[in-house]
Design a protein around this ligand. Structure first.
Ligand code: SAH
Ligand code: MG
Length: 207
């Protein structure tokens, strides 16, 4: 087996402008996986396999399914995952996530693909998340532009920022999930799937 270090992937990503997760964010995510005994993970947006490799490396019995729509990135991811000897635990699917149909259920879904499509990803894969499972969303700060978009005049960027704000509102209003926002890395949300029982829908105060 060819040996490779995780730093090599970080350097490659930097040199080739591949937007892999920032250190603070990936540390938070892998820590969450460890602390909460997460075993089955779905990732939307593989890029070159960096975050999938980091997540699968937390524990030997973790399985990751990850989807990437860009062929050259998919090829690199498969190659990298093989170099880390993780091909039996990381399944990379070459497809647009919006056209894949998965029947498995997961403990954690990590959304890290096209920022304009987050609501669609969330709604599509809701059925694949276990009760008490968690959706982790990355880049909700988008280089600080979500909090303050005066730093850009680019129309497409402004449009994207609007969509991310819409997604944040969508998470806040979603009654089936409890979301906590973290100002870590490029902004992360953790949304836990809860059961809304008829009892908890009632606002009447108990006597
Ligand atoms: N999670 C990776 C980084 C992902 S970058 C890491 O931290 O290491 C986002 C990736 O999502 C890009 O490679 C892009 O090609 C992919 N992507 C964007 N939209 C997608 C879609 N609809 N389906 C699948 N992949 C998508
Ligand atoms: Mg990201």
């Amino acid at each position: 087996m060819e040996h490779i270090r995780i730093e090599t992937l970080e350097e490659f990503a930097k040199a080739n402008s591949v937007p892999i997760m920032q250190k603070e964010g990936i540390d938070f995510l892998t820590n969450y996986i460890k602390e909460n005994n997460i075993k089955n993970i779905l990732e939307i947006g593989t890029a070159i396999g960096y975050s999938a490799i980091k997540m699968a490396s937390v524990c030997d019995d973790i399985k990751v399914t990850t989807i990437e729509k860009d062929k050259s990135r998919f090829d690199l991811a498969v190659e990298n995952i093989d170099k880390f000897n993780l091909s039996d635990r990381i399944n990379v699917i070459y497809s647009d996530a919006l056209t894949v149909d998965l029947t498995d259920t997961f403990d954690l879904i990590f959304i890290d693909a096209a920022k304009s499509q987050y609501i669609k990803f969330f709604e599509k894969f809701d059925k694949n998340l276990k009760i008490n499972g968690v959706v982790v969303s990355d880049n909700l700060s988008f280089h600080g532009l979500v909090e303050d978009d005066s730093k850009t005049n680019n129309r497409n960027t402004k449009q994207l920022v609007k969509k991310i704000r819409k997604y944040i509102d969508f998470l806040k209003e979603n009654k089936n999930y409890k979301t906590i926002f973290y100002k870590l890395g490029d902004g992360i949300a953790l949304s836990t799937k809860i059961i809304v029982t008829s009892q908890s829908k009632c606002n009447k105060q108990s006597q």
